[in-house]
Design a protein around this ligand. Structure first.
Ligand code: APR
Length: 240
C-alpha cells in the first residue's frame, strides 16, 4: 500500500481500467463469478447478435433484469475514489487522468466521474438496428419486446456484444492513455476479455508502473508492478 501511495503521489499521467469487480460490492454480479449465470445461460450465450436474432425477447429480458438490479444499487467508495482522483487533478491542473471501463452499468458516471471511456458501451443507451439512432433509455419495461424505434426498426442495448468490434475511437483513446501514462491501475477485472485485457500490458511495455487491485490472482498478476490482493472498496478505504 505504501508503495502504491508513493507511486500515486509521483504520477503525472494516470490511467485506470476497471471491470465488473469494482461494482461487485455495490451488488452488481460479476460475469465469471458464481452469480454470473442467468437461467443457466452464460453471458457469452446471451450477449451476442446470434442470440438477439434467434430470440430478442430472451436477450431483452436479461438486460431488463440487469437494468433493474443496477438501478437498485449505489456506486461504492471505489467508484467515488476514482471520481475524486479525476476532480483533484482537474482542480489542481496537475497531470492527466483517464478512466477506462469495461462496465456498462453507468456507476462511474453516477459517482461523478466525467471523462469515461466506456469500452463495452452502456446499458442505459439503446440503438436501433435499422437506422442506428442512439438514445438514452432508462426504461425498465416496454409495451413490447424487442422495443421499436420510431423508424419501426428493432432496438437493442448499446453494448458491445461478444464477436463485435469495439468503437475504434474509444479503443484508440484507451490505447493512447495506456501508452502515454506513467501509472496504470487495473481494478476488478479478470483480464480475460480482449482487447481490454491488453491495456495493462501496453502500459507496462511503454514503461509505466501497473498496479492491480483484485482479491483473486489473474493472468496479469505476475506481470504487474504491484498486485494487491484486495477488494476495491478495501483499497479505497486504505487510500483514505
Ligand atoms: N473488488 C475487486 N475485484 C473484485 C471484487 C472486488 N470486490 N470482486 C471480484 N473481483 C474480481 C474477480 O476476482 C475477477 O477477477 O473482479 C473480476 C471480475 O471478472 P469478470 O467477471 O470476468 O468481469 P470483467 O473482467 O469485467 O469481464 C470483462 O467480459 O462478459 C464480458 O463484456 C463483459 O465487460 C465484461 C468483460
Amino acid at each position: 500500500m505504501e508503495r502504491v501511495k508513493r507511486l500515486l503521489a509521483g504520477a503525472r499521467r494516470l490511467a485506470v481500467l476497471t471491470g465488473a469487480g469494482i461494482s461487485a460490492e455495490s451488488g452488481v454480479p460479476t460475469f465469471r463469478g458464481p452469480q454470473g449465470l442467468w437461467r443457466n445461460y452464460r453471458p457469452e450465450e446471451i450477449a451476442c447478435m446470434e442470440a438477439f436474432l434467434r430470440d430478442p425477447v430472451l436477450v431483452w429480458e436479461w438486460y431488463l433484469e440487469r437494468k433493474k438490479g443496477i438501478r437498485a444499487v449505489e456506486p461504492n467508495k471505489a467508484h467515488h475514489l476514482l471520481s475524486r482522483w479525476e476532480a483533484d487533478r482537474r482542480e489542481a491542473e496537475r497531470g492527466d487522468f483517464t478512466l477506462i471501463t469495461q462496465n456498462v452499468d453507468g456507476l462511474h458516471g453516477r459517482a461523478g466521474s466525467k471523462n469515461i471511456l466506456e469500452l463495452h458501451g452502456n446499458i442505459w443507451v439503446t440503438r436501433c438496428l435499422a437506422c442506428e439512432r442512439q438514445a438514452r433509455d432508462e426504461s425498465l419495461s416496454y409495451p413490447e419486446l424487442p422495443p421499436r424505434c420510431s423508424c419501426g426498426g428493432q432496438v437493442r442495448p448499446h453494448i458491445v456484444w461478444f464477436g463485435e468490434m469495439l468503437d475504434p475511437e474509444v479503443l484508440q483513446a484507451s490505447w493512447d492513455a495506456a501508452e502515454g501514462c506513467d501509472l496504470f491501475f487495473v481494478i476488478g477485472t479478470s483480464a480475460l476479455v480482449y482487447p481490454a485485457a491488453s491495456l495493462p500490458r501496453v502500459a507496462l511495455e511503454a514503461g509505466a508502473a501497473v498496479v492491480e487491485i483484485n482479491p483473486e490472482p489473474t493472468a496479469f498478476s505476475d506481470a504487474a508492478t504491484v498486485s494487491l490482493r484486495m477488494k476495491a472498496v478495501e483499497f479505497a478505504e486504505a487510500m483514505g
